[in-house]
Design a protein around this ligand. Structure first.
Ligand SMILES: *Cc1c(COP(=O)(O)O)cnc(C)c1O
Length: 361
């Protein structure tokens, strides 16, 4: 059986270092927001080429806190892509703001910059972009629009650790980058964890206060804050894995290349463009008979996933919130997309096998 993902196997190369660092942290006796969090924040900022990084509890919180930091009036609008994981949209709703969906470019699956301006109103305050599947959005065009209309830009980088566009990494373009270290992500912890990047000292300070009960000095609360802290054990594990993130991304690129060269042209494959360095958090193809293809692969002992089976505006949770916005392009993607195995632990032979079975379909 070729599994889609296996977190035990994925992390096996790190077990020895994890165990050593776990013991050290356990014995050290300081478990939340300490030296190890600080060290990871410095290392991750340096990796992303940003001035600051702030560890938080998870990716959703990173997105929520980014919007919260600006204190937009309730009911203000935030532009967001129509095909994304639900978290991006939830962060807008949890801030009392209104998500305004913009359809993706069908060739990149990312928000189509040409469709953003027609959705901007006097109430629009921010653009939340998502670098989906590990490919960055067309950030130069998006930043130009944002500047012109005086909008904040938040990058959802949960699938794009280390991805770049025009040699500038994800999390380094907008006001904030929001990262998730959910275990399956390219940089994954072994529990929930997240971080935010920014080049603005004031914003960085704001988040440091917000994540810790609105407090800079213990028991003195300056603003209405949250509890969204990164713990020492996960931070230490993330520091260990960060050293190998380039290897992880390189491995995924190598497997992606095999797919790109080996899969027959019946399948719509991810686009490869010269300005983009993609990290293939997900390697997806599209096919009209997606469900039959998924069954064909499973009957040949190959597991796949669908990212995502239902568009956010078609989710039950969004009745009365988003169901008045029509998104035919996102829906078409959701009906035809299939994600193929591309984990750090998969070997070239696994991918060659998947290609062989795919090409018989
Ligand atoms: C994983 C993910 C998130 C949420 O991250 P969590 O750490 O699970 O809260 C947000 N946006 C996208 C695009 C994601 O893939």
């Amino acid at each position: 059986m070729i599994e889609y993902e296996n977190l035990g196997k994925l992390n096996a190369p790190f077990f020895e270092e994890f165990e050593k660092s776990f013991k050290e942290t356990l014995e050290g006796g300081w478990y939340i927001l300490g030296n190890k969090v600080q060290a990871f924040e410095t290392e991750f900022a340096s990796y992303c080429n940003t001035k600051y990084c702030i560890g938080v509890a998870n990716g959703l919180d990173a997105l929520i806190l980014a919007l919260r930091a600006f204190g937009f009036e309730k009911g203000s609008e935030v532009i967001v892509p129509s095909n994304t994981y639900i978290a991006t949209i939830l962060s807008i709703i949890h801030n009392g703001l209104t998500p305004v969906l913009v359809e993706p470019d069908i060739s990149t699956y990312n928000i189509d910059p040409k469709k953003i301006e027609e959705k901007i109103t006097v109430n629009t305050k921010a653009i939340m972009v998502v670098h989906l599947y590990g490919k960055m959005c067309e950030m130069d065009a998006i930043m130009t629009i944002a500047k012109k209309h005086n909008l904040k830009v938040i990058e959802d980088c949960a699938q794009a650790h280390g991805a770049s566009f025009k040699n500038i990494k994800a999390g380094n373009w907008g006001d904030f980058g929001a990262f998730s270290f959910y275990p399956t992500k390219n940089l994954g912890a072994i529990a929930d964890a997240g971080a935010m990047t920014t080049n603005d000292l004031e914003l960085s300070d704001k988040i440091k206060t917000l994540r810790n009960y609105g407090s800079k000095t213990k028991y003195y609360n300056e603003v209405v804050g949250y509890n969204s802290r990164l713990d020492e054990i996960q931070a230490a594990f993330l520091s260990i894995k960060l050293k190998k993130l380039e290897n992880i991304n390189e491995h995924k690129r190598k497997l992606a290349k095999l797919y790109l060269n080996g899969l027959k042209s019946d399948f719509i494959k991810p686009i490869v463009q010269s300005d983009y360095s993609d990290v293939y958090h997900i390697f997806n193809i599209r096919h009209e008979k997606r469900d039959a293809l998924k069954d064909h692969l499973l009957s040949n002992q190959i597991k796949t996933e669908i990212h995502y089976p239902v568009a956010p505006n078609k989710q039950k949770a969004m009745i009365g919130i988003l169901d008045n916005q029509t998104t035919p392009i996102a829906e078409k993607i959701h009906q035809t997309t299939l994600s193929l195995p591309i984990s750090f632990y998969h070997c070239e032979d696994d991918v060659v096998r998947v290609i062989e079975i795919m090409n018989k379909f």
